[in-house]
Write a protein that binds this ligand. Structure first.
Ligand SMILES: Nc1nc2c(ncn2[C@@H]2O[C@H](COP(=O)(O)OP(=O)(O)OP(=O)(O)O)[C@@H](O)[C@H]2O)c(=O)[nH]1
Ligand SMILES: [Mg+2]
Length: 354
């Protein structure tokens, strides 16, 4: 049995993570992490090949969000048949309730007013397609593609405790290896021995190389050695796991900055992604985390995890619109192929399309 997560609990008292207690919400799903860490994901054996498979999975994964957003909008449209102020108000309320955020909900309604005017729409049933289009536009505002152009390319994965960093790294590694790439993992979450073990298990599962040091060692030196190994082994992608918790926020941010400097110095000009992992079940708190991490790290993209257990996927719109950070990957389950590259149109359709 692995005990990574039990350790987590023991450490809870010394944790000062970036969460505003007032906005922290209880995740809607009970996680059983110790169990899930143990089991080889079933879906690893049957990767969804066709795009249709991915879309079906995305739609299923977004089921709760879809219920929250799509159903609410539908019920408003059923009651309000004419396009008038009352309809706009009810729609805005429905968006806010679905965790889209006040600013972004207001923006969507303003855009809707423009479209209604331009197209001379009068019946509320015509509105749904327009909302879906605005949602797709918001999600396409930023470039959602991962840039992994150099050899090695570097992906640094950051985020608060428990959001799904290590799991997402395992899933990414599996994907790149299946594409024939050579993947090297760097265990720079040295805060807990169990974190290093967890990454090692993923490395073994997917057939990636790993560089690791002792618990408590300097994460920047792990990164230094990972870079050296990536150069000598000619790795295509180097993925760095980082600690989600430290004694305080300043330590965490200083550590991330130090790792960044090492990468800049040792691999100048390399393709580099700094991906912030956010747990969709935490709703607006995820948006707060994006704000805090943006202050210290040059985030190039978001990995939004646990969408499958969340009705709060609407936050993806707030993140894309209010923070201009592209969502690059989404986690829709615990299986190895449950991390998908973000596709704005598919996502908009899965969230609010027919
Ligand atoms: N349902 C679901 N669970 C997920 C997803 N991504 C991660 N998880 C689960 O979330 C739990 C925590 O994941 P980790 O990868 O250990 O999180 P972490 O950010 O590395 O955590 P620390 O290292 O403690 O900071 C595990 O049980 C994962 O299986 C997802 O997309 N969907
Ligand atoms: Mg981890």
């Amino acid at each position: 049995m692995f005990n990574f997560f039990k350790k987590n609990k023991e450490n809870d008292t010394e944790e000062t993570i970036i969460q505003n207690p007032e906005t922290v919400e209880t995740p809607e799903t009970e996680q059983e992490p110790a169990e899930s860490a143990d089991i080889m994901p079933e879906s690893a054996e049957a990767p969804a090949e066709a795009n249709g498979g991915f879309f079906a999975k995305l739609k299923a994964g977004l089921g709760k969000t879809r219920d929250a957003l799509n159903e609410k909008v539908d019920s408003v449209l059923k009651v309000f048949k004419k396009i008038d102020e009352d309809l706009y108000e009810e729609l805005e309320e429905a968006l806010i309730m679905a965790d889209v955020g006040v600013e972004t909900s207001t923006y969507i309604i303003d855009e809707l007013r423009k479209k209604v005017k331009e197209k001379h729409l009068t019946e509320s049933e015509e509105v749904k397609g327009e909302i879906a289009e605005i949602v797709a536009e918001i999600l396409s505002e930023n470039d959602n593609t991962l840039k992994l152009e150099t050899t090695p390319a570097v992906i640094m994965v950051i985020g608060v405790n428990g959001v799904g960093k290590t799991t997402s790294i395992g899933k990414m590694a599996a994907k790149y290896i299946s594409e024939g790439k050579k993947v090297l993992l760097g265990a720079a979450d040295t805060f807990r021995a169990a974190a290093i073990d967890q990454l090692q298990i993923w490395a073994d599962r997917v057939g990636a190389d790993i560089v690791k040091h002792e618990e408590g060692s300097d994460p920047a030196s792990v990164v230094f050695d990972t870079i050296a190994a990536a150069k000598s082994r000619k790795s295509d992608v180097m993925i760095i796991d980082t600690a989600g918790r430290l004694h305080n926020k300043k330590n965490l941010m200083d550590e991330l900055a130090k790792i960044s400097r090492i990468i800049e110095r040792e691999l100048p000009g390399c393709s580099r992604e700094t991906l912030l992992v956010l747990d969709a079940t935490t709703g607006q708190n995820a948006v707060n985390q994006a704000e805090v991490f943006s202050e210290s790290a040059s985030i190039t993209g978001i990995i939004l995890t646990k969408l499958d257990g969340s009705a709060k996927g609407g936050i993806v719109l707030a993140i894309a619109h209010e923070h201009s950070i592209p969502v690059k990957l989404v986690g829709v389950g615990e299986g190895m192929d449950d991390l998908q590259e973000f596709n704005a149109l598919d996502f908009a359709n899965a969230m609010i399309g027919e």
